[in-house]
Ligand binder design. Structure first.
Ligand SMILES: Nc1ncnc2c1ncn2[C@@H]1O[C@H](COP(=O)(O)OP(=O)(O)O)[C@@H](O)[C@H]1O
Ligand SMILES: [Mg+2]
Length: 333
């Protein structure tokens, strides 16, 4: 695969979280500063919103890595439409507090006993709620009640909520006034700028030993930024395809023609053109037109050469199979 061809030690654009690849953009830095500021307040809720793929879960992983395990007990729940009691059960389960077949009062008692025990061990409890846009107002209300619980005038539980942007609309509703008052820090994780997109791509490549092969022209970085709106997950998805394309074509330079060819392939596969800037889905939102300038000129011969090379590769593979079959004394049928 392309790893050997380009001398890379690992896939640079995988979607699985891997702290080796963490890139500190301005927006990620500010989000982290808000998290740390919020933690220093020792109470209430910290809310981080961001588009799908902006890096919220990655940020949370980063925070968990940096927390002092002697000072915090931190656990995460990923919410899927959690109602009131379900929320309490999830919180209990996250902290290994018994929750099965218990009524609400027993659940609450169990969680409160746990919080008291942590307080006595001089540990703070941090509840991390990922995909918090799925929590119902009733579930949020339960969280608020838990966050009011005090031991010796201290609030042992603090929560960080990570959510897609629509969560701000939920929070704005009149019923959640009391919840809003308990938010002590909030930040919207934005997209990467054009120059950050370039640095992000270079950073991920450098982590796996990239030696400027393939080398990217500035115009390619600009176009990748426009096509992906600077959302890390979309950049990763796009660049994975780009690397594969470069490998198949044996390319050592990525210019805007290459970027456009990959975008065209992806658009064709998706079977539709999605205008840039619309939709909130997590897929790569691409529009070949988004590249602005027409670069059809001169593109055709290049793509034909690529096809020829692919056919050539297939032929070589078939010859190899045929010779193998001969040696084995079998036909290919
Ligand atoms: N700051 C970052 N540094 C490195 N990779 C990042 C960063 N932010 C996001 N990513 C990458 O983008 C992808 C999506 O990030 P994720 O945290 O899952 O987004 P979200 O939770 O907001 O949907 C992941 O593959 C992750 O590796
Ligand atoms: Mg996430």
């Amino acid at each position: 695969m392309y790893l050997e061809y380009y001398g890379l030690s690992d896939f640079p654009f995988q979607l699985t979280p891997d702290h080796r690849f963490f890139f500190e953009s301005a927006t990620h830095r500010k989000a982290m500063a808000n998290l740390i500021f919020g933690l220093n307040q020792s109470e209430g809720f910290i809310v981080i919103t961001g588009e799908v793929g902006a890096g919220k879960t990655t940020l949370l992983g980063r925070l968990l890595d940096e927390l002092d395990p002697d000072a915090f007990v931190a656990n995460k729940i990923v919410s899927t439409h959690l109602q009131g009691d379900d929320m309490l059960r999830s919180v209990a389960s996250a902290f290994a507090v018994p929750y099965q077949n218990l009524d609400k009062v027993s659940l609450l008692n169990g969680i409160e006993d746990f919080l008291v025990a942590c307080h006595h061990q001089q540990k703070r409890v941090l509840l991390l709620v990922d995909e918090a846009q799925n929590v119902t107002p009733q579930g949020l209300e339960e969280l608020r009640m838990l966050s009011n619980f005090q031991v010796a005038n201290k609030v042992p539980l603090q929560s960080v909520l990570l959510a897609q942007p629509q969560f701000r609309r939920t929070l704005a509703s009149a019923d959640l006034e009391q919840f809003r008052q308990r938010i002590i820090a909030s930040y919207h994780l934005g997209a990467l700028t054009s120059s950050e997109t370039r640095d992000y791509i270079k950073h991920r490549l450098s982590v796996v030993g990239w030696k400027d092969n393939p080398s990217f022209l500035d115009e390619a970085f600009d176009d990748i930024h426009r096509l992906t709106s600077g959302i890390p997950r979309k950049i990763n998805t796009f660049c994975t395809r780009l690397m594969l394309f470069c490998f198949l074509d044996e390319l050592s330079v990525v210019d805007r023609n290459v970027v456009k060819a990959v975008a065209d392939d992806l658009v064709q596969e998706a079977g539709q053109l999605v205008p840039q800037g619309r939709g909130a889905g997590g897929g790569v939102m691409l529009s070949a037109d988004a590249l602005g300038e027409e670069i059809a000129e001169g593109d055709m011969p290049r793509r034909l050469r690529r096809l020829e090379r692919m056919v050539d590769k297939h032929n070589r593979a078939l010859h190899y199979l045929a010779s193998f079959a001969e040696i084995a004394g079998e036909g290919l049928e």
